[in-house]
Design a protein around this ligand. Structure first.
Ligand SMILES: NC(=O)C1=CN([C@@H]2O[C@H](COP(=O)(O)OP(=O)(O)OC[C@H]3O[C@@H](n4cnc5c(N)ncnc54)[C@H](OP(=O)(O)O)[C@@H]3O)[C@@H](O)[C@H]2O)C=CC1
Ligand SMILES: O=C1OC[C@@H](O)[C@H](O)[C@H]1O
Length: 422
């Protein structure tokens, strides 16, 4: 308990690193802050820039949050003062036009990601754009194939899929054999008192919907578990506020996808969940496989069925647990009659890559690093031309948007609208 408190406390108030070398100077577009809070969701939303960039930047020796702009300058000034950001600009474009700024963080409503990412890249800036990267696959194809991105000195562009960078998620994947996966259940939620109809998450024009806000994390887990893309969205049922205004924005959904190995991936999310928050969960069931066992007579065989569950795939720094359950059976080959059955279970945690071992074992990190901090580490590595251990490519983000489109297509709510910006 003490170590949990210490870890969480330090993750929100990390030690401040002395800035060194040639730090990357970030500009932030938008200044959502506590002043604009009306619901718990808007509190979380107001925390997006602090969580995703400002806090992680404190402990990173090569990152400075240099400038911010908001639609309202007074609000931007208050935000800058509160977070110790030196420069306030009058407009988002002014941030992009500042030669002192190297990288742009885009925590705007989803429908504005495409436009401001394109503008930033055209201004020669590196870009960290909030998830979902854009509104739909068509936008993703345009954004991630911008000619500026294939030049030798191309800027770095990353969809801020923070949880994927956390060692817990990577460790979880090491227990899975993708070819043998038959079923994956994923769920994520926030309680109903977190949200209100007025949140941007329920505004269709701004790219709202629970699949965009939370479900995309479930979808990414499915894609990572199968190491493949879904062939079809079999079902997608949704609920909406049917009031003539919010009708196209799901406040919850349940979708099922078929993957190329025949396995089924299921995602369910709600922005109007029960009172108590429940950590996100990914539960993977493998098919039965024969395990060689030389101690058995030739007439018998040993089979194993594995289930792997990651509790807390979104906010692993707060708490997570990986449960591995192997069910074994020794049976007669001739008539499948069971001879002996038993179960072996183990639980694992990985707050650092040292803990997780495997191919990323040498990657840096502390147990109090949030997923956002791990993400920032890799973003900086890319910008500096250093090796990255883990990355979410533009191709990956485009496939992610294709999956979201599949689900919205199947749901009948329709794809999120494409930007008119060219
Ligand atoms: N990684 C994370 O932890 C989280 C990520 N997100 C993601 O962050 C992004 C922003 O979502 P969220 O934080 O909920 O958003 P907010 O409602 O807090 O809005 C973010 C900012 O968007 C700006 N904005 C510009 N145009 C508009 C407009 N037309 N309507 C409303 N706002 C506008 C506002 O900036 P200004 O100050 O200039 O007025 C506002 O501060 C989304 O992509 C979401 O998916 C959301 C929650 C958590
Ligand atoms: O995108 C998000 O939305 C919901 C939040 O709980 C979460 O922190 C964030 O990543």
């Amino acid at each position: 308990m003490l170590s949990l408190l210490k870890r969480v406390f330090t993750s929100f108030g990390p030690p401040v690193a002395e800035k060194q070398g040639d730090p990357i100077r970030f500009g932030v577009l938008g200044a959502a802050d506590i002043a604009s809070v009306t619901t718990f969701w808007s509190l979380i939303a107001a925390l997006t820039p602090p969580l995703a960039l400002i806090t992680p930047a404190k402990s990173h020796p090569e990152v400075i949050v240099q400038a911010v702009a908001a639609r309202d300058r007074i609000r931007a000034e208050a935000f800058a003062k509160k977070h110790g950001i030196p420069d306030v600009k009058d407009t988002y474009q002014d941030v992009l036009d500042d030669p002192n700024i190297d990288a742009i963080f885009i925590p705007l409503p989803n429908s504005l990601h495409y436009e401001w990412a394109v503008r930033s890249i055209r201004a020669g800036k590196h870009v960290l754009v909030e998830k979902p990267a854009v509104d739909n696959e068509a936008e993703a194809k345009l954004l991630f194939n911008l000619p500026e991105l294939s030049r030798p000195d191309a800027p770095v562009l990353l969809e801020a899929f923070h949880n994927r960078f956390h060692p817990a998620v990577q460790k979880f994947l090491t227990f899975i054999n993708p070819a043998d996966v038959v079923h994956v259940h994923t769920d994520s939620m926030v309680p109903s008192w977190f949200t209100s109809k007025d949140d941007i998450e329920f505004n269709f024009k701004l790219g709202g919907g629970s699949m965009m806000a939370l479900g995309t994390y479930n979808f990414a887990m499915l894609r990572m578990v199968f190491v493949d893309e879904p062939e079809e969205c079999l079902t997608c049922s949704t609920n909406v506020y049917a009031d003539g205004i919010h009708d196209q924005c799901d406040y919850d959904f349940k979708a099922q996808f078929r993957f190329p190995n025949g396995g089924i991936g299921e995602a369910t999310t709600t922005l109007r969940g029960p009172l108590w928050w429940k950590p996100s969960e990914a539960r993977v069931t493998h098919r039965e496989v024969v395990v060689p066992d030389k101690t058995l007579p030739a007439s018998q065989e040993k089979v194993q069925t594995r289930q792997v569950t990651l509790h807390g795939f979104m906010h692993a720094v707060l708490w997570h647990r990986i449960d591995v359950k192997d069910s074994y059976l020794i049976r007669n080959k001739a008539d499948s009659r069971p001879v002996k059955a038993w179960t072996e279970t183990s639980s694992h945690k990985a707050y650092t890559y040292r803990d997780s071992g495997g191919k990323f074992a040498s990657a840096p990190g502390e147990d109090w690093w949030m997923s956002y901090r791990y993400q920032l580490e890799e973003f900086v590595n890319r910008v500096k031309g250093s090796e990255t251990q883990y990355w979410v490519s533009g191709e990956d983000s485009t496939k992610q948007m294709r999956m979201i489109d599949m689900a919205y297509g199947q749901s009948g709510l329709g794809l999120r609208p494409t930007s008119s910006f060219v």
